[in-house]
Design a protein. Structure first.
Length: 221
């Protein structure tokens, strides 16, 4: 890893590509900090002020939080990380979502003097993403999410507690297709933005979790 400054890794991909799993693996092995839009929004809701209540209302309707508020939340988290001693790197999951946010993030990185930045696309097909999201399961006992990938496809019961597995009720085809449509309309522009800058790194996300992680490390370390 670079001796000059921490690495900044931006993970993109269609819903179901396994971004969250790869973030956890990087954190476990290297101690990277994470910036997850979903987690930050859930934390913000708990504050209980006007913005927190509004965020809860908007998310409850399945709509997007506006970019100005999202970016404020990101910067607060970045400042928190920036203040830590000897932090090793940052993995960004779920952001930026649209082109203007990518440009604002570029400005933020420049402001903080960060240059060791790796936009990574975990590349899976739309059909592959749809299959993963409609077929993944959850344990009725402990709540572990079982991805529809590799050896996990063959699990009959939870590998942690032996609980019964079931399909998630909120993984409905209509909702999944809406999320995949959003990727094609908005997030794809962000991916193209980094590709035009010759900065985008593609990793085959159709492989097993272990193989994807191996390829991801090869690309960024």
């Amino acid at each position: 890893m670079s001796d000059k400054q921490p690495k900044i890794i931006i993970l993109f991909g269609r819903s179901g590509c396994g971004k969250g799993t790869q973030v956890e693996l990087l954190q476990k092995e290297f101690g990277f900090e994470s910036l997850s839009s979903g987690k930050l929004l859930r934390q913000r809701v708990k504050v209980g002020d006007f913005s927190g209540k509004k965020i809860k209302e908007v998310m409850g309707k399945g709509k997007l939080i506006p970019s100005f508020l999202m970016f404020q939340i990101w910067i607060d988290r970045i400042n928190e990380i920036r203040g830590k001693k000897d932090w090793k790197g940052l993995v960004i999951d779920g952001s930026p979502r649209i082109l203007i946010e990518a440009k604002l993030m570029d400005e933020a990185f420049k402001w903080y003097g960060w240059e060791d930045i790796y936009p990574v696309l975990l590349d899976i097909s739309r059909q592959g993403a749809f299959n993963r999201l409609t077929k993944r399961r959850i344990c009725k006992e402990c709540g572990q999410l079982i991805p529809w990938v590799g050896e996990f496809k063959n699990l009959k019961r939870c590998d942690l507690c032996n609980g019964e597995l079931m399909v998630r009720l909120d993984d409905k085809p209509e909702a999944i297709n809406a999320r995949l449509d959003y990727y094609e309309k908005e997030v794809k522009q962000v991916v193209d933005h980094y590709q035009k800058q010759n900065r985008l790194i593609k990793v085959d996300g159709e492989k097993t979790i272990e193989d994807v992680y191996h390829d991801l490390k090869q690309a960024i370390l």
